[in-house]
Design a protein around this ligand. Structure first.
Ligand code: Q0N
Length: 308
């Protein structure tokens, strides 16, 4: 098991810290390098919960690294190495805290658009479709249900909202206004190529990839490059294919025990800070993350930890 990330464990790196996400931390190092660290924090209903899921950061990092390998012929990535022993010397004191849950990356100039591809209709996309018949300006056939497969995958970009606010769906013309026609078309083509390649791989493992969000940036040579973590349960909707049933909200591969407990058993009102999760919910959720890793990759999580 990976050691939980405490505020203490990376305290000496505070001066390098540049960004705290809901569940990840970003550090800027010398020579255009970034260190991304995935915590074990989990969010639900827009809250970060007070209880961590052991190994979640390592599972998401391991999955991202595996997807980067699978996508090697589709898009270049920001990954430099995830082998802690090859990190810059100043990180040596933190090797044990970083092992398995971190990636050394190249700094990119990030594109100011969240790039989302959907092959199935749910969430905000489904709500917009119910109101307008469209998602991000794309007209869809009538009669689609929550969870329906789309006739073909679509590019559904959003704005990048600050933490605490919701990303807002925009149409392709708004992307053109933001980044120009040439880059907008590249963003759409790359995002759809990533989705199509990943959805085909996931489906063979019995997992539907309903949608996915990627972060793209431009490298020193002007090449659009895949950043952040990718195709994890935090950035994508994974549905077990055997439980897929359009016309209702699909069960989440990873967070269903957490959502069920928060909604039905905890007595929580969603307005105040959420309660701590019971041990059995933590354990079952941890097992789902590990199961997702193993089912998708066909590798054992134990082997990943050994290799990290
Ligand atoms: C970057 N974000 C938003 C960490 C990641 N390779 C890169 N170069 C420059 N900037 C970024 C990356 C990457 N990846 C990406 N912020 C900066 C994504 N965050 C969300 C929270 O955790």
């Amino acid at each position: 098991m990976t050691r939980p990330l405490t505020t203490g464990s990376l305290a000496g790196l505070e001066h390098r810290h540049v960004h705290s996400g809901k569940v990840r931390e970003l550090y800027a190092l010398d020579d255009g390098l970034l260190l991304m660290v995935a915590s074990d924090r989990i969010s639900a209903f827009d809250w970060v919960l007070p209880t961590e899921i052991p190994d979640k950061g390592a599972v998401l990092t391991g999955l991202t690294l595996w997807w980067f390998e699978q996508l090697a012929d589709v898009v270049p990535t920001h990954l430099v190495t995830a082998s802690v022993d090859d990190y810059p010397a100043e990180l040596a004191p933190y090797a044990d805290a970083l092992r398995g849950r971190s990636m050394l990356c190249r700094r990119l100039s990030m594109v100011d658009v969240e790039c989302v591809a959907r092959g199935y209709l749910t969430g905000g996309g489904y709500q917009d479709y119910r109101k307008t018949g469209k998602v991000c300006g794309i007209e869809l056939p009538t009669g689609l249900l929550d969870g329906s497969r789309l006739p073909e995958p679509i590019f559904t970009p959003t704005t990048k909202a600050p933490v605490g606010q919701h990303d807002e769906a925009i149409d392709f013309a708004a992307v053109v206004t933001k980044v120009g026609a040439a880059q907008a078309e590249q963003l759409r083509a790359i995002t759809l190529a990533i989705y199509e390649s990943a959805a085909a791989i996931a489906e063979k493992a019995g997992i539907l990839l309903a949608d996915t969000k990627v972060e793209l940036g431009v490298d020193d040579s002007g090449v659009l490059t895949l950043g952040d973590e990718v195709l994890t349960p935090d950035s994508s909707r994974f549905w077990p294919v055997d439980q897929w049933e359009p016309g209702r909200q699909q069960p989440s591969y990873d967070k269903q025990y957490v959502r069920d407990w928060l909604q039905h058993d905890s007595g929580w009102d969603r307005a105040s800070a959420p309660p701590a999760l019971p041990d059995d919910v933590v354990e079952r959720t941890q097992a789902k993350y590990v199961e997702a890793y193993e089912r998708l990759t066909g590798r054992t999580f134990t082997d990943y930890l050994r290799s990290a």
